[in-house]
Design a protein around this ligand. Structure first.
Ligand SMILES: *Cc1c(COP(=O)(O)O)cnc(C)c1O
Length: 213
């Protein structure tokens, strides 16, 4: 696994002009995956489910109290789960609605967040419509919330469209003076690098296939 991370990092270096952070997505994998990621030098850990994240973080604290893992929440989160994980999240990557954003601001002291934008228009994907995202970013900034950037999910199966969506997200981030673009998963991270991603969210590319999917 460390080899795989090394290869990915070499690929990033060869293809990107800017630093790109790998977030190891451990959903569906046990705490051993987090430990392996840490050992390979990846301390940024992505989780999709509130319960799974908290459970894994507690297990990690038992087996490896020195872990420097930073937890990124990347899934579709119900508002009533925010409180449960508010003290655990380093970066809220999937702020996919205005009410969710407001709940996070209410529950967390100084949250760092990304606004998820639905670039594909797919109904089963979360995110603010591109037409609404900029105004929300400006409003959050107006009340001193630390919006670091934007996040999106590609159009699985259509690489050409995905590259366009990623480029459009980068353009939107630039126009808002936002540094971070979290885009690219295992099947399209190369396109994300090409489009100027700063954060890749990688699960299977690092750990192999999940059993239950
Ligand atoms: C599961 C997931 C990932 C990682 O997916 P892989 O295909 O395993 O790389 C990234 N981002 C989000 C939002 C996810 O739900």
């Amino acid at each position: 696994m460390a080899d795989r991370v090394g290869e990915l990092q070499a690929e990033i270096l060869s293809k990107s002009d800017n630093p790109v952070r790998i977030v190891a997505v451990t959903k569906g994998f046990g705490v051993q995956a987090v430990i392996a990621a840490n050992r390979a030098g990846v301390d940024d850990i992505g989780e999709n489910y509130a319960q799974e994240m908290v459970a894994k973080k507690e297990m990690l604290a038992n087996v490896n109290p020195d872990s420097k893992s930073r937890w990124h929440f990347i899934g579709n989160l119900q508002r009533n789960k925010v409180k449960k994980i508010s003290s655990h999240v380093f970066l809220w990557q999937s702020v996919n609605s205005i009410p969710l954003g407001e709940e996070i601001i209410k529950r967390c002291k100084e949250p760092q967040l990304l606004i998820q934008v639905n670039m594909t228009g797919a109904k089963n994907q979360g995110g603010l419509p591109p037409s609404e995202a900029p105004a929300f970013v400006e409003r959050l900034r107006g009340i001193d919330v630390n919006v670091l950037g934007l996040m999106t999910i590609g159009d699985h199966g259509d690489r050409e469209a995905t590259l366009k969506h990623f480029q459009n997200l980068r353009t939107m981030a630039n126009s808002l003076d936002l540094l971070e673009c979290s885009m690219g998963m295992s099947n399209d991270y190369d396109l994300a690098i090409e489009a100027g991603a700063t954060i890749l969210r990688l699960g299977t590319a690092i750990f192999g296939n999940r059993d239950e999917d």
